[in-house]
Design a protein around this ligand. Structure first.
Ligand code: NAD
Length: 397
């Protein structure tokens, strides 16, 4: 079949197999070009490994340190007539790259929130991997079934307290307009904390510790976003921020549990990038388009893979001092939050409208990054060529 992007709002319902394979290959090449992480991990579990921040974390561990990696994700398989989700192709492409480099790699596709998947992962770690020395928690999901009660919780992306009147960007129509975002109810806040808070991270770490599959000195990191006052009303001071605050509580509890192993648990604050999850948050596409313009102009922009590479090289490994804030979080958003970046983003924020969108922002870069997630717009890929949705073989092989 010939696969073209089919974008509906903030999702693309098709994915291009050779395009996804080329994305993974590019990230692998970039990781290999870096100096090897001398004190890097040996056995790594990545939860949410198929895309966004999880995939480059897996790639940094595998190709930056030679680690065996077990990835967990929730992706849709292909059929003869329908493409898989992009993450499914990414996983296959990663596994092929790992195999040809002689690296152990397995991926479990299923519900990471369930006890069954945790048990499956632990059985695999015991049978085929050594003790785990790094657990990356990079899940982003709108729903979570509580494994104890069976209740399905749905997160809500809403402000707290009062209606938030704000500029936003209709990505399909390339239009800047103003919206009223209604505040969350107490139930919606609680549900968002259930889905995106620290409970499941704690459950994973407890299950791994109880099964005695964690190595002495192991570390675990969970990703978060803080942002600036432009996004606070819909992120940090909103339902998602409440959930992310709960990660700080969980980090403390996990660190306590890991103490006998001399292990560590940290939350890492990462920069704003374009992923399937971030594209769905109101206000964020406009903020991201402005931020990218300013950071690219100032020479401080990093893409998702470069950012994670810096996290691994300077904060998780490398022996240098960690850049921690008062809450003990690793701050990787240092470049995004400098005054020189934020002042310029704020200045442009007040001026931006549908007419000057391309002039003041990097909306083109936002759109490009969004389509790249699904394997589209990759240089060298022939998008008019027939592809087999069941396979990820790169074009020309
Ligand atoms: P993403 O949507 O790109 O990736 C989410 C991953 O979670 C995918 O691998 C998906 O398959 C997996 N997943 C979802 N539900 C699952 C389930 N039930 N079981 C197993 N796997 C499941 O998201 P992302 O933007 O990379 O977000 C990852 C983390 O990074 C989140 O904690 C997010 O808050 C954080 N973060 C993101 C940004 C950003 O700008 N995107 C910035 C800072 C921090």
């Amino acid at each position: 079949m010939i696969v073209k992007p089919r974008v509906r709002g903030f999702i693309c319902t098709t994915a291009h197999p050779p395009g996804c394979a080329a994305n993974v290959a590019e990230q692998v090449r970039a990781a290999r070009a870096r100096p090897r992480l001398a004190d890097g991990p040996s056995n790594v579990l990545v939860l949410g490994a198929s895309g966004g921040y999880g995939l480059p974390s897996r790639i940094s561990a595998a190709f930056g340190a030679g680690a065996a990696t077990l990835g967990v994700s929730f992706e849709k398989s292909p059929t003869e007539s329908k493409t898989a989700s992009a993450g499914w192709y990414n996983n296959r492409a990663f596994e092929q790259q790992a195999e040809s480099a002689g690296l152990w790699a397995r991926t479990l596709d299923g519900d990471a929130f369930s006890d069954e998947l945790k048990a499956e992962a632990i059985a695999l770690i015991k049978a085929e991997m050594g003790p785990i020395d790094l657990v990356v928690y990079s899940l982003a999901s709108p729903v979570r079934k509580d494994p104890e009660t069976g209740e399905l919780h749905r997160s809500a992306i809403k402000p707290l307290g009062e209606t938030f009147h704000v500029k936003t960007l209709n990505v399909d129509k390339a239009e800047v307009h103003e919206v009223d975002l209604e505040p969350a109810t107490d139930e919606e806040v609680a549900a968002t904390v259930k889905v995106m808070g620290g409970e499941d991270w704690e459950r994973w770490m407890a299950a791994l510790a109880d099964a005695e599959v964690l190595a002495p000195g192991c570390q675990t990191v969970s990703y978060t976003y803080v942002g600036s006052e432009l996004t606070w009303p819909i992120y940090w001071h909103a339902t998602l921020g409440k959930a992310k605050e709960d990660l700080d509580r969980a980090a403390g509890a996990i660190a306590e549990r890991l103490r006998p192993l001399d292990g560590h648990a940290r939350v890492a604050v990462l920069k704003c990038v374009v992923t399937q999850s971030s594209a769905a948050i109101p206000v964020v596409p406009l903020y991201t388009s402005l931020l990218f313009r300013v950071m690219k102009d100032q020479g401080s922009h990093e893409n998702c893979a470069e950012h994670v590479q810096r996290l691994f090289e300077t904060q998780l490994y490398g022996g240098g001092a960690q850049r921690l804030d008062d809450a003990g979080r690793i701050r990787m958003d240092d470049r995004e939050l400098t005054d020189v970046v934020q002042d310029e983003v704020k200045r442009r924020w007040s001026e931006v409208n549908s007419e000057n969108l391309d002039e003041l922002t990097d909306f083109a870069g936002f759109r490009h990054d969004f389509l790249r997630i699904f394997g589209f717009g990759v240089p060298g890929i022939d998008y008019d060529a027939e592809v087999d949705p069941l396979r990820i073989e790169p074009q020309g092989t």
